[in-house]
Design a protein around this ligand. Structure first.
Ligand SMILES: [Zn+2]
Length: 197
């Protein structure tokens, strides 16, 4: 999956998570919607596995461009670490991090990260080609090098977008754009209604 689709999928998953929380808490408060603060960790999380594995595979440190950071074990470990750091931060009353940012970072990052693994594994899982998604259990399963790992990461991205229509999953990106615009319009109309009341 390409970086733009990874970002769009992460956004949809995050909105789904936030909507789920809103429904469970039966709240209609707009502050439960995806906060601006959350976009940065969400975006970084959605690209994180490729940002780690692709360069390290190219430089020969890792055997494959889908290995260490594409493993579900790494996701679990980083999720626990981030939550622990955030919990320690929440006890620090003089923390310089805004409360909303502290609350958003681990969840948004982990959802972005998990969305990336889901995006990379989706085809293999849906088609039953489980051998192709063995990177999810690295290092339990051994991996082999692919021809793409010989390419510099930046060359790989340039090559991907030479013909964007062949790599971008338009349905996912379009859905993310529609949800994004829809939420902005809904939020704006709620603000206007609150002002008039
Ligand atoms: Zn990847």
């Amino acid at each position: 999956m390409d970086p733009i689709t990874h970002g769009a999928l992460a956004y949809l998953l995050y909105v789904g998570y936030v909507m789920g929380r809103v429904i469970i808490s039966k709240s209609t408060q707009t502050h439960h919607l995806p906060a601006t603060w959350a976009f940065v960790p969400l975006a970084i999380g959605s690209q994180f596995p490729d940002l780690i594995d692709k360069p390290l595979a190219y430089w020969g440190v890792l055997v494959s461009g889908r290995s260490l950071a594409h493993s579900a074990f790494s996701l679990l470990l980083i999720g626990v670490l981030l939550n622990s750091v955030t919990w320690i931060q929440s006890r620090d009353t003089v923390s310089r991090l805004p409360t909303r940012l502290r609350a958003s970072i681990p969840t948004a990052f982990v959802i972005g990260y998990a969305g990336h693994l889901l995006g990379d594994a989706a085809y293999g899982l849906l088609s039953g080609e489980f051998f192709s998604v063995r990177f999810l259990v690295y290092p339990v399963s051994a991996l082999s090098r692919s021809s793409g790992d010989e390419l510099a990461p930046w060359v790989r991205v340039i090559n991907l977008y030479r013909d964007p229509s062949t790599v971008i999953h338009v349905e996912i990106v379009a859905a993310a754009l529609i949800v994004f615009v829809g939420l902005r319009v809904w939020k704006y109309s709620r603000k206007r209604a609150d002002k008039l009341n």
